[in-house]
Design a protein around this ligand. Structure first.
Ligand code: PGA
Length: 250
């Protein structure tokens, strides 16, 4: 049985002080969660979030990482820096990074390798745009994005990776993939992993759904057999709302 994992993606929201407040508000509300609970915060919020989360079941993650260990890369952050600041997880290849910051499948893979080497747990985002779904390329595209992202990892390392299937057309739009669409495409991703790494690895990897997931739709999505959790944007910015998502089983 795969343990579900619900992660908040705060994106470019919350100052360090607000991060402390949000994590403190969240702690009592999610303490009985049956799933892993993660908040992926702006890098400058990591220290505050980690301090506030101490002794609770909330883990802290970052939202991006550079692939080099150090050097002349002004403005970038290495995996070792994030780790030492207290991050346990990192989101890699979010569609907003692909869309606005020139992220490619190739650089996503480099970041995944650097993060795993440093001991961070990675959440790799894949997903199709609206026109790609309409044109019938979803399955090929998400399979390809997933396999490239994982290239160079050992099968054991792949087992620890978390994939977030986020149809780009569902992010921040209020449009949500139907439970069946999300389940089916996540099944396709799992098959692609099975084809390359075998059934044992594919059955172990946790694959989240992301894209306008919220209290109103979380139960239906989480009831799907292939869906192992969620990556939550908008609904992760308020403690009570995020807690309702995390406590989807209650
Ligand atoms: P959303 O964002 O929940 O606001 O759609 C999800 C994400 O981008 O990870």
């Amino acid at each position: 049985m795969r343990k579900a994992i619900i992660a908040g993606n705060w994106k470019m929201n919350k100052t360090p002080k607000e991060a402390t407040e949000l994590v403190n508000a969240l702690k009592p509300l999610v303490k009985d969660a049956v799933c892993d609970v993660v908040v992926c915060v702006p890098a400058v919020d990591i220290a505050n979030a980690v301090e506030a989360a101490a002794g609770s079941n909330i883990k802290v993650g970052a939202q991006n990482v550079h692939f080099m260990e150090s050097g002349a890369y002004t403005g970038e952050l290495s995996a070792a820096m994030l780790k030492e600041a207290g991050a346990e997880y990192v989101i890699i290849g979010h569609s907003e990074r692909r869309q606005y910051f020139g992220e490619t499948d190739f650089t996503v893979n480099k970041r995944v390798l650097a993060a795993v080497k440093a001991g961070l747990k990675v959440i790799v985002c894949v997903g199709e745009k609206k026109e790609e779904r309409v044109d019938g390329y979803t399955d090929a595209l998400v399979s390809y994005q997933t396999l490239i992202a994982l290239t160079g990892l050992t099968p054991d390392e792949v087992k620890d990776v978390i994939i977030a299937y986020e149809p780009v057309w569902a992010i921040g739009t209020g449009l949500v993939a139907t439970d069946e669409q999300a389940n089916e495409t996540i099944g396709v991703i799992r098959k692609a992993i099975e084809g390359k790494y075998g059934k044992d690895v594919a059955d172990t990897v946790r694959i989240q759904y992301g894209g306008s997931m919220k209290p109103a739709n979380v139960k239906g999505l989480m009831a799907q057999p292939e869906i192992d959790g969620g990556l939550i944007g908008g609904a992760s910015l308020k403690a009570d709302e995020f807690a309702l998502v995390v406590n989807y089983d209650k």
